[in-house]
Design a protein around this ligand. Structure first.
Ligand code: ADP
Length: 184
């Protein structure tokens, strides 16, 4: 199963590269410097060009980067998406350092920014499950559960399409299992 609908919002799973998604916003798993890094962050800056980094620099000058669990929005430069929402996932450090709540915050703050900008479609990567080492199954449960709750608590959201772009087959399987278990 790779799709559910909650209210007017479709939640979709796919395997692939987030940089090619034609949506109002793709979400970047950034780091708190906002200056780029490896993984999906590197791929987004490479494909989107320097306009994204320039806007990240301006945000950094203004507010000193982005705290873990928070999110900021920039242009998407040359990407097919219109915006990039940069959120900073927690580094997994055993699980007793508020990692779960901080990961949920990433999804909520990204969705809030999307709604503030009246966006209709958004694509998420599997935040924190790469270099930051968050256990993939737990991250999938938190991602889907948090997004579901957000939509239920915001019946006036304009978001019609939320895509989880899984890069690896492992994550896609975990998301499929979890969406099945949610039984919506
Ligand atoms: P973090 O530091 O938050 O763990 P990473 O970029 O290392 O960020 O990994 C987050 C997730 O993004 C991982 O599941 C990784 O496989 C995935 N990923 C890497 N490149 C891409 C891409 N081009 N599109 C979508 N997901 C990607």
């Amino acid at each position: 199963m790779n799709h559910i609908q909650i209210g007017q919002t479709h939640i979709q799973l796919l395997q692939g590269d987030i940089t090619v998604q034609q949506v109002d916003a793709i979400v970047n798993a950034a780091n708190s410097s906002l200056l780029g890094g490896g993984g999906v962050d590197g791929a987004i800056h490479r494909a989107g060009g320097s306009a994204i980094l320039e806007e990240c620099q301006q945000i950094r000058n203004r507010q000193g980067g982005c705290a873990t669990g928070d999110a900021v929005i920039t242009t998407a430069g040359r990407l097919p998406a219109k915006h990039v929402i940069h959120t900073v996932g927690p580094v997994w450090n055993g699980g007793s350092n508020n990692e779960r709540q901080l990961l949920a915050d990433c999804y909520v703050h990204s969705l809030q920014l999307a709604d503030e900008h009246q966006l209709i479609s958004i694509a998420f990567p599997n935040i924190s499950t790469g270099i930051y080492d968050f256990p993939k199954k737990e991250a999938a449960i938190i991602a889907l559960q948090t997004v579901k709750e957000y939509i239920e608590q915001h019946p006036d959201t304009l978001l019609q399409q939320i895509i989880f772009v899984c890069y690896d087959a492992d994550n896609l399987t975990l998301y499929e299992q979890q969406i099945q278990a949610m039984n919506v």
